[in-house]
Structure formats: structure tokens, C-alpha cells
Ligand binder design. Structure first.
Ligand SMILES: [Mg+2]
Length: 346
């Protein structure tokens, strides 16, 4: 097996701001390509997040450690065990390799990844929300106008301007369904409840993501869950199925991301485990190219909600894969029929 990896800097339409991290430009990802002795290639992407103390430099250093001779499209569990043993953590990089391995394996099997995983994919069925980061009310208005074609929005809260920002959104779009993501911003259960009750008065807010810090006590979260007028979703609190017991107690649903879990294989298990435990499921993303976004879309059948819009927030996506016209996910325009169904833009 041959390995190639290279950094790529994403250009954002707007500077991206959320409660846990301010003005996080520039955004750099690392692309990973594996080629087997028959010339079959697999493409992956690592999108490291400072929220989880991962950096592009860390990803590059990990990639340099990898002996591609130990990786095989025919043995994904064995390949992932080899990577797991190389270093603890580094989930974004492990995710990049997992995607490349699955892309190659499904292309060898001449199947799209969703069929290779036995899930299938319904066209014209899955809808992603479009995210509006923290900003001034004026920019929020402009962003909401620009997002008119998307049927569901996600608004980032956790800032002194929250009330004027939601009001700005509602000036433009009075009744559009909105999901709120607080990104761990509300520090006490009382503050969180006050904010959630305020959100519920809006009438069109669907649920609240990560109201409190990821290490909030189960006692506080259970108190909040019992009183919350809106469903609560865990994001920073749910990485893999190992976090399930806490999340079943404290939340109504979970938001799974490929870069947190370490790729599609573990995300598949994390979504299945959450469903079996009676939780609602959602797939989310970071700021990413169409490689990671398309990879997530292959798991759409395991979800109740999707928030995979990271490629819609950048202006220089080098790849074509799943599309999200009017928020509706489709592989109909994908030139590549197998694997992740991603190709480089001409
Ligand atoms: Mg979130």
C-alpha cells in the first residue's frame, strides 16, 4: 500500500465563531490517499479540532509515523487496530485513515459505501440543516437571507448577543425550524434552564444541543432534562458508545461526528448503540471538504437529524460528492459510483 497525505487550507465564506472558540480562521485539514498494489485508491480527510486539542501539525506528525504496509483495504479492523496502537487520541487522523480504507474497500467491492455498509441511501429524503455561527445581528440577518433555500437552520448561541441574534434571524425568517447549539456555554443548570425556556417561547426551535459543559455532573444534567421544555442533544458529551450510559441519563439524543469518533466504522456503532438505547440520533460535522461530508452522508439512514453542512461554509472545496441543494442530500450528481462517491473537481 502507498500513502500520500497533504495539508489543505479551507477558505470560509464568513469567519466562523461558536461559544467554545472565537474567530477560528484559518481552518486547515489534511487529506490522506491510500493506493493498493492494483492501483485502487481510497481517499480520506482529517479535520482536527482545537475543541479536542488536535492540530494540523499533529495530524501531519501522526501520518509520518504510519507504515502503509500495515494497512489493507481487505482488513479494516486490523488496520484500525494498528493505528490505535500507534498513538492514543488523534481521532481526526484515525478518522482520515478510516475513510480512506473504507473508500478503497468499497471501491474494490464496486459498491457505494452506504451499500457496502448494508444501509442503502434514500434519495430526496435526508435534509441537512444550515449553520449560522455567532456574529453581529447585522451579519446574522445577511446570513439568514443567504440561507433562504435551506429549510432548517442551526443557530449557535452562548454569547451576550444571543437575544438580538435570534431576533435578527426571526426578522428574516419568522417560522423556519431552528436548532440551537450552545456549545457548552451555559455554566449552571439554572442559567441553562432560563435560556432553554426562552428558546422554547420562540415556538419553532426543535431542540438544544450541548447546553452545558461536557463534564457537567449527571445530577445537574438530569435536573435540567426533567425540566427542559425542549429535547436536549449531546455533542461534546458523546464521542463513542462508551459515553452512552451518561447520555441516556442526561439527554434525549446524541450528535455523532466522524472526527470525534475516529471515522465511519466507529460512528456506525455509536449511532446504532444510541438508537438501541432509545436516543434520537444526529450526525454533525466540522468545517470540512466534501470528503468528510460525503462520508457522513453514507450513514444518513442511521439518523433522525442531519447537520452536515461544513462544505457549504467554504468557498474552495476541492471535491465533488454528496450535494445539498435546498438542504436535500443527494448522490445523483456524483460522477463516482463507488466508495465515498467523491471525485476531485476539474
Ligand atoms: Mg454541536
Amino acid at each position: 500500500m502507498k500513502l500520500k497525505f497533504w495539508p489543505f487550507e479551507l477558505q470560509l465564506t464568513h469567519p466562523w465563531m461558536i461559544a467554545s472558540r472565537r474567530g477560528s480562521n484559518p481552518h486547515q485539514v489534511v487529506l490522506v490517499e491510500l493506493t493498493d498494489t492494483d492501483g485502487v485508491t481510497g481517499l480520506g480527510e482529517a479535520a482536527p479540532s482545537r475543541v479536542y486539542e488536535e492540530t494540523p501539525e499533529g495530524v501531519m506528525a501522526f501520518c509520518r509515523q504510519v507504515d502503509p504496509g500495515k494497512l489493507s483495504f481487505a482488513d479494516i479492523p486490523g488496520s484500525m487496530s494498528y493505528l490505535a496502537a500507534l498513538a492514543p487520541g488523534q481521532m481526526a487522523t484515525k478518522c482520515g485513515f478510516n475513510l480512506a480504507l473504507l473508500d478503497g474497500a468499497a471501491r474494490r467491492a464496486r459498491q457505494p459505501l452506504y451499500d457496502f455498509l448494508g444501509l442503502g441511501f434514500r434519495e430526496n429524503h435526508h435534509v441537512t440543516s444550515f449553520s449560522i455561527g455567532i456574529d453581529t445581528a447585522d451579519i446574522i440577518r445577511k446570513k439568514v437571507i443567504a440561507a433562504e433555500k435551506y429549510p432548517v437552520l442551526k443557530l449557535k448561541l452562548g454569547d451576550p448577543r444571543d437575544r438580538e441574534n435570534l431576533a435578527a434571524l426571526r426578522e428574516i425568517s419568522p417560522t423556519k425550524p431552528v436548532r440551537v447549539d450552545a456549545n457548552e456555554a451555559w455554566q449552571t443548570k439554572e442559567q441553562a434552564l432560563t435560556m432553554i425556556e426562552w428558546c422554547a417561547k420562540d415556538g419553532y426551535i426543535q431542540f438544544i444541543e450541548q447546553p452545558m459543559p461536557r463534564d457537567a455532573s449527571a445530577a445537574d444534567m438530569v435536573w435540567l432534562k426533567e425540566r427542559s421544555p425542549l429535547p436536549l442533544f449531546a455533542d461534546e458529551s458523546y464521542h463513542t458508545a462508551k459515553d452512552l450510559a451518561y447520555c441516556v441519563e442526561c439527554f434525549h439524543g446524541v450528535n455523532v461526528k466522524l472526527v470525534k469518533t475516529g471515522g465511519v466504522s466507529v460512528a456506525y456503532d455509536a449511532l446504532q448503540a444510541a438508537r438501541k438505547a432509545g436516543l434520537k440520533t444526529m450526525l454533525g460535522c466540522m468545517i470540512e471538504t466534501s470528503v468528510l461530508i460525503s462520508a457522513a452522508a453514507h450513514l444518513a439512514e442511521l439518523t433522525d437529524h442531519l447537520d452536515i453542512d461544513g462544505n457549504l461554509l467554504i468557498t474552495n472545496d476541492p471535491f465533488l460528492g454528496v450535494t445539498a441543494d435546498k438542504g436535500i442530500l443527494s448522490f445523483a450528481k456524483a460522477v463516482e459510483k463507488n466508495g465515498l462517491r467523491v471525485t476531485a473537481r476539474a
